[in-house]
Every structure is written in structure tokens, then in C-alpha cells.
Design a protein around this ligand. Structure first.
Ligand SMILES: [Ca+2]
Ligand SMILES: [Ca+2]
Length: 300
């Protein structure tokens, strides 16, 4: 009895020793490569509507590795709101842009990055916080001197309009000289709007519109261009109606020369087509006291 127990005990002991040696062998004999996956965001706090730049790297023993990486973003309710898979570069890097909705839920979001091939996972968090935003825009991107620029914008708090917010708007010309400035209050839904008339001799080039809200330290800007008014009949765009325009037009019509650009410039008689009648119209105007080509036909 005693001997049997002793034998059993010895058997168990030997088995433990054998397993121990085997385990030791597997740990020391074959060192596994150290795969690593990282993930991070470009900042911690975001406003709704902003873009979260997610990036990271897959490495093996510190060297970049090409592989599939899937990124999932979950909102504060742990509901997945974004998911995408990408492939790392030859250096192991990856990045994706995660756009937050303008009405994105506030709170802490989790970003999880995974590689199926190496069963790796990495995660990080970011927070969406209530924020104020200011926007400004113009109704067109191009105007002629003497035209009217309609400037609009909006002040929002977490996507909702903020009424009675103080906004100052300044316009600078292509020489960065201030040409217009106004301070006003936003309306019921946080919007503001006003016209800015361009002088008839307004400088040509790119203008900058800057809006500011001092109480929330916000700034927004946009640009527009003032371009020379096109004059129908001024086919060669030298600013005048002359014989050169007739010659260019005839060259285009009969000799395969370059056409008016835009085409409306050649339509001196404003009948909707470019033809011999336009050349005749210009000649009549130049030499026979005929009517002047319509300035406005190419208007924006
Ligand atoms: Ca001309
Ligand atoms: Ca015509």
C-alpha cells in the first residue's frame, strides 16, 4: 500500500518534471518574434464635425511590417460609429481619417485597432466636447468691380445656432489693405448676413473675408476673386472694342484660328451665336455709328 502510493507520487512528480522541462524548452528554445501594434489620435479633444486623425504602426522586433489593420471607433454608448480596414505601408504605418458628425454625441470614444493575421489589438480614447464654431462664406467665388458680395456666416454651439453673438467681419483687398469692416450680432439661428458693395474701380485679385467672435476666441475666413468684367465684342480681351476684335473673329470663323474665350465674347450682337453678323456688328459700331456691343452679355 505504502509502496503503491510512493510509486504513484513518484510518477506524478516525474510527469511534472517532464512537463516543466518541455515548457522550459519551448520558452528558451524558440524565441517568438515580438509583434507590436500601436494606435493613437492626433489630439484628445475634438468638437462635433471635426476629423479625428487616427494613426499607428505594426512592427516585428521594431521593424515595420506590411499587414491588414482594422480600425473601429465606438461612441460613449459603446455603439460602433466607424469601422474601416486598411493596409500598412512598407514601413508598417497606417492612418485613417474619422469624420465626426456635426451632431456627434459628446463624451469619450474608444478607438480599437486590430490585426487578424497576428491577433494583435491596440486601443486608445478621445473625447468629443461641446464647442463653439464660427463660419463665414460668400454667395459667389468671383465678382466684377461694382458687384455686390453677399457675406453670410453662422455661430454655433455644438451644432446649434447661437443668437445675439457678437461677430466682427473684415474684408481686405489683394494688397491686404482693409476695405471693409463691420461688427454685428447673430440672428435667431445664429446666422449673420450683410452685403458688401464693391467699388466700380475695385482692385482686381483675391480678397479675404475674416470673421471673429471675441467671446469664444473664434475666427473664420474665406476668399473671393474680383475679375475684370468681360465685354462682349472684345474678342481679344484687351479691354476695348476695336479692329483687332474683328480680325480675331474672322480668323476664327474662316481660318480655323483660336475662338473667343469664353464664347460669349464673340457674340457682339447678342443673338446667341458667334458668326459673321458679329463681325459686321462691330464694324458698324466702329465706323458707321452703329450700336455698341452689349457690355453685360458675359456677366457673371
Ligand atoms: Ca478688343
Ligand atoms: Ca452673334
Amino acid at each position: 500500500m505504502y509502496n503503491e502510493n510512493k510509486r504513484n507520487f513518484m510518477n506524478i512528480l516525474l510527469t511534472f518534471c517532464a512537463v516543466g522541462i518541455l515548457l522550459l524548452g519551448s520558452f528558451t528554445g524558440s524565441a517568438k518574434p515580438a509583434y507590436m501594434l500601436t494606435v493613437e489620435t492626433d489630439q484628445y479633444y475634438y468638437f462635433p464635425g471635426e476629423i479625428v486623425y487616427v494613426s499607428g504602426r505594426l512592427t516585428e522586433d521594431g521593424t515595420g511590417l506590411v499587414g491588414d489593420v482594422c480600425i473601429t471607433v465606438t461612441d460613449p454608448d459603446e455603439t460602433p460609429v466607424f469601422s474601416v480596414c486598411t493596409v500598412t505601408t512598407s514601413e508598417g504605418y497606417y492612418d485613417v481619417n474619422v469624420p465626426l458628425l456635426p451632431d456627434a454625441m459628446l463624451g469619450v470614444y474608444a478607438v480599437t485597432s486590430e490585426t487578424e493575421s497576428h491577433s494583435l489589438q491596440a486601443s486608445t480614447t478621445f473625447e468629443v466636447i461641446e464647442g463653439y464654431r464660427l463660419t463665414v462664406t460668400t454667395n459667389q467665388s468671383q465678382y466684377h468691380p461694382g458687384g455686390e458680395v453677399n457675406i453670410t456666416g453662422r455661430l454655433t454651439e455644438n451644432g446649434s445656432g447661437v443668437p445675439s453673438g457678437g461677430v466682427c467681419v473684415n474684408v481686405t483687398d489683394p494688397n491686404e489693405t482693409p476695405v471693409f469692416g463691420i461688427c454685428l450680432y447673430t440672428g435667431p439661428e445664429g446666422y449673420f448676413e450683410f452685403p458688401f458693395p464693391l467699388a466700380p474701380d475695385a482692385r482686381l485679385g483675391t480678397y479675404t473675408v475674416t470673421a471673429e467672435n471675441a467671446s469664444h476666441n473664434l475666427q473664420a475666413s474665406t476668399t473671393f476673386d474680383v475679375i475684370a468684367e468681360l465685354r462682349c465684342g472684345d474678342v481679344n480681351k484687351d479691354g476695348e472694342i476695336g479692329l483687332g476684335d474683328v480680325i480675331k473673329l474672322l480668323n476664327y470663323l474662316f481660318r480655323g484660328g483660336e475662338g473667343p474665350d469664353p464664347g460669349c465674347l464673340g457674340d457682339a450682337n447678342t443673338d446667341g451665336n458667334v458668326g459673321l453678323g458679329d463681325a459686321v456688328f462691330i464694324l458698324n459700331y466702329l465706323f458707321r455709328g452703329g450700336p455698341e456691343p452689349d457690355y453685360q452679355c458675359c456677366n457673371l
